[in-house]
Design a protein around this ligand. Structure first.
Ligand SMILES: CSCCC(=O)C(=O)COP(=O)(O)O
Ligand SMILES: [Zn+2]
Length: 206
């Protein structure tokens, strides 16, 4: 497929996800970043500081997985290295989504380094999960303004747990991914549903 056409298609799919997530309160105040793979060596990613509920194609830029930005006039997401690391280490990843929902932010601030989710039917939305009798341990990393350092910590965790579908950053939000934009969005919806269930369950059980 021609480069320009692939870029347009990736941007269009991510524009729709941005709007969907913003309408649900998962991307407030320009937060979050969205990307999709273009080819083996490059991605389309949101330009830093754009409102993710009001994106159009100009809100995206090409970014090489190793080298410099391929669109020199605009700055990529400040958290681009968290995306690039995932694409570099797993060639099957086709899209990465980062949200700042209330539920992920609150749960990630309760203390501890892991959020345990178990015995939810919706766990089966994640690749490879076939029963609700599953324990998903989502790592919670301390927030860090040094994004390359944070990316290294996440990469180490993924070496040990390569099937993880996502992780939390404390007081910050969720990163999740998939083979393509549709499967990344499916994982994101599952996570956000489960986070809301957890908050409600904890509230109701005092
Ligand atoms: C206003 S949110 C602070 C930055 C952040 O965490 C984020 O997700 C958005 O940063 P970007 O550079 O990708 O716009
Ligand atoms: Zn963020």
């Amino acid at each position: 497929m021609m480069d320009a056409r692939r870029f347009r298609e990736a941007a269009a799919a991510l524009v729709a996800v941005g709007r969907f997530c913003y309408e649900r309160g998962w991307l407030p105040a320009t937060s979050g970043n969205l990307s999709a793979r273009l080819d083996a060596r490059s991605i389309a990613i949101t330009v830093s500081g754009r409102h993710k509920g009001e994106l159009d194609e100009t809100g995206f830029m090409r970014l090489d997985l190793d080298g410099d930005a391929l669109s020199p006039d605009v700055r990529p997401s400040a958290e681009a290295e968290l995306h690039r690391m995932l694409y570099r280490r797993d060639p099957t990843i086709g899209a990465v989504l980062h949200t700042h929902s209330v539920a992920s932010t609150v749960l990630s601030r309760l203390g501890g380094t892991v959020l345990r989710l178990h015995d939810y039917e919706v766990l089966k939305a994640f690749p490879g999960v076939v029963t609700h009798h599953t324990v998903l341990e989502i790592p919670i990393f301390p927030n860090d303004q040094d994004i390359p350092r944070l990316a290294e910590q996440v990469a180490c965790m993924l070496e040990a747990c390569p099937a993880l579908p996502g992780y939390l950053i404390a007081g910050h939000g969720l990163y999740t991914w998939g083979d393509d934009v549709a499967s990344a969005r499916r994982a994101l919806e599952a996570f956000e549903f489960l986070f809301e269930c957890e908050i409600l369950t904890r509230r109701m059980s005092g």
